[in-house]
Design a protein around this ligand. Structure first.
Ligand SMILES: Cc1cc2nc3c(=O)[nH]c(=O)nc-3n(C[C@H](O)[C@H](O)[C@H](O)COP(=O)(O)OP(=O)(O)OC[C@H]3O[C@@H](n4cnc5c(N)ncnc54)[C@H](O)[C@@H]3O)c2cc1C
Length: 400
């Protein structure tokens, strides 16, 4: 079916067909990064990712390949093998991964490189960074971010996992769930309550935990509707011993570190949405311009042209907000309002746009094997993870 379009079409697209935001916002280094990453996505991800969807995970060697090419260390300091990129780097990274049209691949790789790794960089001591960052940036060790629990996702203060100090170790007990990369990860960043008396957001601490030792176990790979190429499962801690040197940041301040890092996570997720919307529009424009109907093509129907023009305008507006916020963040300013606004609106916009694109494909758009059908399934998690839409609107309202 339309999978054969994928390579040539991706390779020929400029990526900013409507407004050249690259010229406005990006440096030569960002643009070179985009060009190289796009080439990698087209040649090394798109042709193979359908089989990763079947296998339920991105293979380890893809991380190693990407690490060797310098793609995974964008959040890391140069002295530890990273590129020390700003927020515009995050946007380029997310957008290009999203343009692959495989939400699961984008989620797994961005989770490792641009959501979990930045927490180690932001909260870790120099010694922790020296010990952990080079292997993660090189793709030799895969990283996951284990926060959500069965009893608490949006309301993180309901987390039940505990960590009790025992000499020069911590003993962790509890359960995390819906964790992207849980099966493939070697390391997790996790959160546990370290002060049982503290209330609200106080008394939580961050830890880096390493798989493989006694007391930590992972469930089987969850069967999801979309993001099929990213593995996901539960993580169980049962008297799991974590060395004291793996406490990340100050004891009792874990929640606040997480909150600070959310701006980057939200920017990354929204950039992935932009890439997926761009890809959905490309495929659908090609389809409607070629699909014969009523003696002409679908494109010759004004209602179809208007709908496509509306989607292109929405996409451009969303993209402008993201590039504006990333430029602001790169200048060191807070983007809490912008990132909350974008996380509240961009995934919803994407769902509407991609659903409309499926409609324009007719029945073929609903068939397994069609790229637009997979993108449609892959849109759903973006308005759940990293802050549900309603929670984001609460954040926006607090700042109005
Ligand atoms: C594909 C996928 C990958 C994920 N990967 C990870 C991961 O790697 N690590 C991790 O820790 N977690 C991960 N998650 C979990 C994700 O972060 C949670 O699903 C999310 O935080 C929502 O929590 P919940 O599922 O418990 O839903 P709940 O918190 O129970 O919320 C359910 C719904 O209630 C509504 N709601 C919640 N709060 C409010 C409010 N204040 N006002 C109004 N309505 C509200 C929203 O509609 C929300 O979607 C992943 C989830 C998915 C789907």
């Amino acid at each position: 079916m339309s999978l054969s379009l994928t390579r040539s079409h991706l390779a020929n697209q400029k990526g900013n067909a409507m407004l050249d935001l690259d010229a406005e916002y990006l440096s030569d280094v960002h643009r070179q990064f985009r060009a190289e990453l796009r080439k990698f996505v087209v040649n090394e991800i798109v042709p193979h990712a359908e089989s990763w969807e079947t296998d339920g995970a991105v293979p380890r060697q893809v991380y190693e390949q990407m690490g060797a090419l310098g793609f995974l260390g964008l959040a890391a300091p140069t002295e530890f093998g990273g590129a020390d990129f700003d927020a515009l780097g995050t946007v380029v990274f997310g957008e290009e991964l999203g343009r692959s049209g495989f939400g699961g691949v984008a989620a797994s790789i961005a989770d490792h490189a641009d959501m979990a790794l930045p927490v180690v960089v932001a909260a870790g001591t120099r010694e922790q960074q020296r010990r952990l960052v080079p292997d993660v940036a090189a793709g030799r060790r895969i990283l996951g971010f284990a926060v959500t629990e069965p009893g608490g996702g949006s309301d993180l203060t309901r987390m039940k996992t505990t960590a009790v100090r025992n000499g020069d170790e911590w003993l962790l007990n509890g359960q995390k769930t819906f964790i992207t990369n849980a099966v493939s990860a070697d390391l997790f960043i996790t959160v546990a309550r370290t002060d049982p008396a503290a209330r609200g957001a106080k008394g939580f601490s961050l830890f880096v935990v390493e798989k493989g030792s006694q007391g930590i176990s992972v469930g089987s790979n969850f069967k999801k509707t979309g993001w099929c190429s990213s593995d996901m499962s539960e993580v169980f801690f049962e008297n799991f011993r974590v060395p004291a040197e793996n406490l990340l940041g100050d004891e009792g301040r874990g929640f606040y570190v997480l909150m600070q890092r959310l701006e980057r996570e939200r920017m990354s997720m929204c950039a992935q949405c932009i890439g997926m919307m761009e890809r959905a529009l490309e495929i659908t424009l090609q389809h409607v311009k070629n699909r014969p109907a009523y003696g002409h093509t679908l494109w010759d129907l004004q209602s179809i042209r208007h709908e496509m023009a509306g989607y292109a305008s929405d996409l451009t507006a969303a993209k402008l907000l993201i590039y504006h916020a990333a430029a602001k963040k790169s200048r060191g300013e807070s983007t809490r309002l912008e990132t909350s606004m974008m996380k509240a609106t961009v995934p919803q916009l994407m769902k509407r746009l991609v659903d409309g694109c499926v409609q324009m494909h007719g029945a073929s758009g609903y068939m397994r094997g069609m790229e637009i059908e997979r993108i449609w399934r892959d849109t759903r998690p973006f308005s759940l993870g990293g802050g549900a839409a309603a929670v984001m609107l609460d954040e926006v309202a607090k700042l109005l």
